[in-house]
Write a protein that binds this ligand. Structure first.
Ligand code: COA
Length: 227
């Protein structure tokens, strides 16, 4: 694996094909005392990251960075389900409240509630990015049922990129309603993304990984951290 970028705490490798990962390759990775994160850049269009993710998850906390060009979002028109309406008018305080409550309930649901330190870190990220974020939300009876947030951030080469820090669809929405929301979000992303948009998803979060693949994203980078 070729080293593309190395710093004290992070290293970026290039992997031409996910099948380059093997137990032997994993065992040969050298963690220096200071090194915290290894990133494996997969290039622009690999087809299947599953085997590599499974292998990495067996040894390390693992994430997948997904990426899409704005033209990757191809939506088919769908009829609006009667009970969902767009919610474009949330102010910053409302947006912050919905972001935090849905993010908390997701962490509770997977049995990993945020520690006070993690909550404080999320708070500082939200203070920095949320005021200039774009979002698309849908409501039912005044209650937000789906939220997608996009902020400005940078990719693994430090180039500016649009970034999805949070997406959430209420578990009570029916399959047709979920499909409607996804289709609307593709249309929305095609309109607001400048060039490329990315996100990072925990390897275990199959729902979210399937969601991003289904939206038109492809895996661009695998990330592991020291245990
Ligand atoms: C991510 C999310 C928005 C996707 O919503 P959605 O597109 O409506 O999809 P669903 O939640 O219904 O599930 C997505 C797919 O994963 C599948 N799935 C769910 N759990 C799974 C599991 N444990 N293993 C494998 N597949 C799984 C579902 O069957 C569905 O597949 P299908 O589309 O082929 O039927 C929604 O699951 C959510 O709000 N999750 C909690 C918040 C979250 O994880 N946000 C992302 C953080 S990065």
């Amino acid at each position: 694996m070729k080293v593309l970028k190395a710093a004290e705490k992070e290293i970026l490798f290039e992997v031409t094909c996910p099948s380059e990962f093997s137990p032997e390759v994993l065992n040969s990775l050298k963690w220096t005392e200071a090194l915290r994160v290894m990133r494996f850049y997969l290039g622009r269009r690999v087809c299947n990251e599953e085997d590599a993710v499974k292998l990495l998850l067996g040894s390390y906390p693992t994430w997948v960075v997904y990426s899409a060009d704005k033209n990757d979002f191809l939506s088919a028109p769908t009829e609006p389900p009667v009970r969902l309406t767009p919610a474009p008018q949330m102010d910053l305080e409302q947006l912050r409240r919905v972001y935090i409550s849905t993010n908390d309930s997701y962490h509770d649901s997977i049995g990993k509630p945020l520690s006070p330190a993690e909550s404080a870190e999320r708070e500082s990220v939200l203070s920095e990015f949320l005021p200039s974020a774009k979002f698309s939300a849908f409501k039912n009876n005044g209650v937000v049922m789906a939220l997608l947030v996009v902020v400005k951030w940078k990719d693994c080469f430090d180039k500016p990129v649009d970034w999805v820090p949070w997406v959430w669809i209420d578990r009570s929405l029916l399959p047709g309603e979920r499909a409607f929301v996804r289709s609307k979000w593709k249309e929305w992303l095609r309109g607001i993304v400048e060039d490329r948009v990315q996100c990072i998803v925990e390897g275990e979060n199959m729902r979210s990984r399937k969601f991003f693949r289904g939206m038109g994203f492809h895996p661009e980078c695998l990330v592991i951290s020291k245990k």
